[in-house]
Design a binder for this molecule. Structure first.
Ligand code: NDP
Length: 517
């Protein structure tokens, strides 16, 4: 297992005066490493170094940068066991959750951004009907912003913290990543890997620390990419607004799943089970609530309850040992318990699960839980639970399901299950969410060609697709006038009655022909 002691270059020698933060394995309670708690002065020093390193990195060009990112893809494959062990040690998630949703994502992302950055950020030749630019060369150029700050959450230290650094680097920026204080080790290991692959010093630095370190980072950078809770996202957006820097925010969610009576119930039940419990429910786009049409409600509930009851929960002992791992962040366990208790108080029934599991030797877990007889007076249907719970609600029809799906401040993802895919697509279009899958869930996240972002309180901007890398650039308009041009253009001084009339006549000719309807 990698600990920070094995990563001595992690901060490129930036001095820090703060305390050390212990990193705990949430599945065992064991302390697996410590990292420095960097203060504002250390972050400012990192920013100074990052700015000094950026022009040379930009000068590598797409080919040079792409070569290093492609090498990093191979490095990740060569070191996947070590990276998985580090992720598992600081999150308590299962080997499968670390392998599929973290290694699989990052390996794909290295190759994707290495090969797509040149296309998404290529100069665009623009054509214009504007008469004043006739004969001139018009170019839209995407220019790296300079220094990007990435702040990430604890649930996917590789995918959601480190993952956003990849397109920012591919665009020619230097990056400072502030991982969650709960899960910093994976980011440190990845920075070591990138150095091994030839990334120049100071182009990527890891600023370990708590919330204050994140707040200090926002004060230093040219753009902030934030993933985390809606509450912290608002604070980051306020600071970014004060500094007039762009902010891209990937925030919380309460993703609904709709099951219509013509759905393939076996598939729908498998998806509801997997995508609510995967990563112990600690996924921003996990299925957090289900609405099932009356005629198939009982059968669907029975299928899901059986499948959830069969899941093994506990400390991962290697591949295939358990399906549901630990609750990574201690306060999250209290939120999950509070949502289940609130639901039961208001009349919900627990069909399976419903208890926290805290072994005497250490670690914290929550039993995979199915709740029924739920409604929108309950926190489990309206607030982000972020745990292995699945509330299922009976609805009269698809109209009621869509109305309830949209009865949420959030709008990250959604899914609709029906054999009538055309109707499914029409319903998906009516759901207020950044992504909606028909007969699937979450799969949009793996498609790096598609934008992934939240509607409503789930975020601003998006990752992936052209927008997912252009946000790390500013657009520059370039107009080139050919060498053989007039010494003086007709609209210039001195103003003369004749030319003014001539220009007015020209405007009339261009824009005033035809009749108003
Ligand atoms: P938080 O908002 O608590 O923290 C996110 C990051 O922000 C952490 O690194 C945290 O540091 C840091 N931070 C805390 N305070 C500040 C501040 N004032 N200024 C700048 N940074 C600060 O989120 P969680 O870590 O609890 O992550 C879970 C949340 O993330 C869930 O709501 C989940 O839905 C969301 N999420 C969204 C995703 C998406 O793509 N939309 C993907 C994954 C998760 P520290 O941890 O050290 O306090």
């Amino acid at each position: 297992m990698a600990t920070v002691e094995q990563l001595p270059q992690a901060h490129n020698g930036v001095a820090h005066a703060g305390e050390e933060i212990p990193v705990e394995n949430p599945a065992t309670g064991e302390i697996v490493g410590t990292v420095p708690d960097l203060g504002a002065a250390a972050v400012a020093e990192m920013a100074r170094r990052a700015r000094a390193a950026q022009p040379a990195w930009e000068a590598y060009g797409f080919d040079g940068r792409g070569r290093i990112l492609s090498r990093a893809q191979k490095w990740l494959m060569d070191n996947s066991e070590r990276v998985i062990a580090t992720i598992v040690s600081e999150t308590g998630k299962t080997f499968e959750d670390a392998s599929l949703a973290e290694i699989g994502y990052a390996a794909n992302a290295f190759g994707f951004w290495a090969s797509h950055a040149p296309d998404y950020l290529a100069d665009e030749r623009v054509k214009s009907g504007q008469i004043l630019v006739t004969g001139k060369r018009l170019i839209l150029r995407y220019r790296p912003l300079g220094l990007i700050g990435v702040i990430g959450p604890w649930n996917y230290p590789l995918t959601n913290s480190f993952g956003d650094c990849i397109p920012a680097l591919a665009a020619g920026n230097s990056v400072i990543l502030k991982p969650s204080e709960v899960t910093p080790l994976t980011s440190l290991l990845m920075a070591e890997g990138l150095r091994e692959c030839g990334l120049p010093d100071d182009v990527l630095q890891i600023a370990t620390g708590r919330g204050e370190t994140g707040a200090a980072l926002v004060e230093e950078v040219d753009m902030i990419m934030f993933t985390g809770s809606t509450r912290t996202g608002r604070k980051v957006a306020e600071s970014a607004a004060r500094r007039l820097i762009p902010a891209s925010l990937e925030l919380g969610g309460k993703d609904p799943m709709i099951v219509l009576s013509d759905a393939d119930l076996e598939r729908a039940a498998n998806f509801a089970t997997y995508y609510s419990m995967q990563n112990a429910g600690q996924t921003c786009i996990s299925i957090e609530r289900v609405y099932v049409e009356e005629p198939v409600y009982d059968e669907f509930v029975a299928k899901v309850s059986d499948k959830v009851r069969a899941l093994r929960v506990g400390a991962p002992q290697g591949p295939g040992s358990v399906e549901v791992g630990a609750i990574t962040f201690p306060p999250q366990l209290e939120t999950i318990e509070a949502h289940v208790a609130d639901a039961v108080d208001r009349g919900a029934r627990v069909l399976t699960g419903g208890h926290a599991v805290q072994p005497a030797g250490g670690g914290r877990f929550y039993e995979p839980t199915v709740l029924v007889d739920v409604d929108h007076t309950m926190a489990c249907m309206t607030e982000e639970t972020f745990g292995p719970t699945l509330p299922i609600m009976r609805v009269a029809d698809a109209e009621e399901a869509v109305r309830l799906a949209n009865d949420s401040p959030y709008g990250l993802g959604a899914s609709v299950f029906t054999r009538d895919t055309e109707r499914g697509e029409q319903l998906a279009r009516r759901i207020e969410a950044g992504a909606a899958n028909v007969n699937d869930a979450l799969i949009n996240y793996t498609v790096l060609e598609l934008p992934m972002g939240g509607a409503k309180a789930s975020g601003l901007g998006s990752r992936h697709g052209a927008g997912g890398i252009r946000k790390y650039t500013s657009q520059q308009a370039i107009v080139v006038t050919p060498r053989l041009a007039l010494k003086r253009e007709p609209h210039m001084y001195p103003y003369k009655r004749r030319t003014t009339r001539m220009l007015a006549g020209l405007f009339k000719f261009l824009y005033g022909r035809g009749k108003r309807d």
